[in-house]
Design a protein around this ligand. Structure first.
Ligand code: 2AM
Ligand code: CA
Ligand code: CA
Ligand code: CA
Length: 273
């Protein structure tokens, strides 16, 4: 990949993230429709779809031969046939968008043959843009992010999401979280995986764990945390995929092994994954 191409990808990613964030803030102030996807706790709004379409239009205008994997599936073609793939979550934290009007973000990542090149997570309600370019570091607005503070598990603030269901109970995950909660300084649950991972990169949280996320939830956050010096794997310690579901752990490297030891579910059987 030429340096000029990487720069062009970075500039478009950041422009898309900002533009998508501005559009969602504008729409948030107007009436919009809310629908249930699979249940009352799984919402989608007309804004999610409009914002995804807006980002795809911006990308394809510049790079018509790139593929898109987006949560709301507004890209008509099969994403698997492309070398360069944009992985998009137009609104990560839709429940927060509807109820809180803060704590949501747009997440956009660019992968080339499976390698993460650029990731951006933009929180429009706070005007905070977290981003990273492979080999060039991670940033919050223009401030470089470095996870160079030594943090023990006892001093850590951990964040988790989507643990509180029947399946988690069957797998014993609820017990793991309970055990971890007694070990760390604090647990948080913000409701936007992309923001939670970005906060790990920024040192606002020390670790993030989820039993199951989609590729668009962690596509950008993973690049941002890694470029900040953090470690990101699935809960078994394996590399994350770029185009399918996975469990996720992202944390300060100083307690990665200790946390991974707690989370390793090699023994557990997840029949639905
Ligand atoms: P979303 O808002 O884009 O749907 C909430 O804890 C986090 O988990 C958000 O990042 C949210 O993304 C995601 N999420 C929501 N429903 C989920 C589900 N059923 N399975 C996995 N992740 C989910
Ligand atoms: Ca969703
Ligand atoms: Ca999401
Ligand atoms: Ca979403």
């Amino acid at each position: 990949m030429q340096a000029s191409t990487l720069t062009a990808l970075k500039e478009l990613t950041l422009a898309c993230a900002r533009s998508a964030g501005e559009l969602s803030m504008k729409r948030m102030k107007e009436p919009f429709t809310v629908e249930y996807k699979t249940s009352a706790s799984d919402l989608v709004t007309a804004v999610d779809k409009e914002v995804e379409k807006h980002v795809i239009d911006m990308i394809l205008k510049r790079f018509p031969d790139h593929g898109i994997l987006g949560e709301e599936s507004t890209f008509a073609k099969d994403y698997r046939q492309y070398d360069t793939l944009w992985v998009i979550d137009p609104i990560d934290g839709t429940t927060n968008f509807v109820h809180q009007q803060i704590n949501f973000a747009v997440s956009i990542a660019v992968y080339h043959k499976g390698e993460g090149l650029v990731g951006a997570v933009y929180d429009p309600s706070r005007d905070e843009l977290f981003y990273a370019v492979k080999g060039e570091g991670a940033f919050l607005n223009d401030r470089p992010l470095h996870l160079d503070r030594v943090v023990s598990l006892e001093e850590a603030i951990l964040c988790t999401s989507v643990f509180w269901n029947k399946r988690a109970e069957q797998m014993g995950i609820d017990l793991i979280v309970k055990k971890l909660a007694g070990k760390v300084r604090g647990m948080r649950l913000l409701g936007s995986a992309a923001l939670e991972m970005s906060y790990v990169a920024a040192g606002r949280l020390d670790g993030y764990v989820s039993l199951s996320l989609n590729a668009w939830d962690f596509g950008a956050g993973r690049i941002i945390v890694e470029e900040a010096g953090g470690r990101v794997t699935n809960m078994m310690g394996e590399p994350l995929p770029y185009n399918e579901k996975s469990s996720v752990m992202a944390c300060n490297p100083t307690f990665y092994e200790e946390l991974q030891h707690y989370l390793d579910l090699s023994e557990a059987t997840d029949t639905e994954a």
